[in-house]
Design a protein around this ligand. Structure first.
Ligand code: TMP
Length: 214
């Protein structure tokens, strides 16, 4: 019988993770693995409404504290409505961004502190952390250039931050990956898309095989 497995995908803007997650979902489907594909902020009707407030480029007055709380509120709703039930049904959950985005963006880049943001989020998600987190490692300026050259991706409020902010997010991710090295896997996201997909697929395939052999 299939076992539950919670996978999150993290990285700077334009790291290509959303495209790879879709390819990964197709792969799971072809292999008859039951999965749920979702994203943050958002992922449920109520959480998507919170997403619209957070990412609206007109909401420039949102304080850093409000921002952290809104991400956590969106996560709490999404977790209880989508992720928790899917794990209970022994599904694989593929989630585009999760708690580590809050640790890197709000904890490190906004300087609210990793510990404080962690505490807030542990409350939102009943202490359930991902089984596996794949970090898409790419120079943030390269990632931003990809977004600007793409017609498919709208510019959001956080994209408008200066390069320095995005470098701090990147450094934040590196710090968090070393804090939680047991669940983190790092993929070179500057490669072409097929190479990135193969790397991600191999990691997930091996982890799921190990899980089934337990
Ligand atoms: P995306 O859906 O295009 O990835 O945009 C979400 C934006 O929100 C992105 O700039 C990262 C940011 N973010 C945070 O700052 N904290 C969080 O907890 C999450 C989930 C996203």
């Amino acid at each position: 019988m299939q076992k539950s497995y919670f996978i999150t995908f993290e990285g700077p803007e334009g790291s290509g993770k959303t495209t790879i997650i879709k390819m990964m979902a197709k792969y799971l489907k072809e292999n008859n693995i039951d999965y749920v594909l979702t994203r943050e902020p958002g992922g449920s009707l109520i959480a998507e409404q919170i997403r619209n407030i957070i990412l609206n480029p007109n909401n420039l007055e949102i304080s850093y504290e409000t921002e952290a709380l809104l991400y956590a509120a969106s996560r709490a709703q999404h977790f209880s409505e989508v992720i928790k039930p899917a794990l209970k049904e022994n599904k694989v959950v593929l989630c585009d961004r999760f708690i580590d985005s809050s640790l890197a963006y709000q904890g490190v880049a906004r300087k609210l502190g990793v510990e404080k943001v962690m505490e807030l989020n542990r409350f939102a998600i009943n202490d359930v952390l991902p089984d596996l987190t794949i970090f898409f490692d790419i120079d943030p300026v390269l990632g931003l250039a990809r977004i600007k050259n793409s017609n498919f991706r709208e510019i959001n409020r956080l994209d408008l931050e200066k390069n320095d902010f995005h470098y701090q997010v990147y450094q934040g991710y590196k710090q968090i990956a070393s804090m939680y090295e047991n669940r983190f896997e790092i993929v070179d996201a500057s490669q072409d898309i097929n190479h990135v997909f193969n790397d991600v697929k191999d990691i997930i395939k091996n982890k799921l095989e190990d899980l089934n052999n337990e």
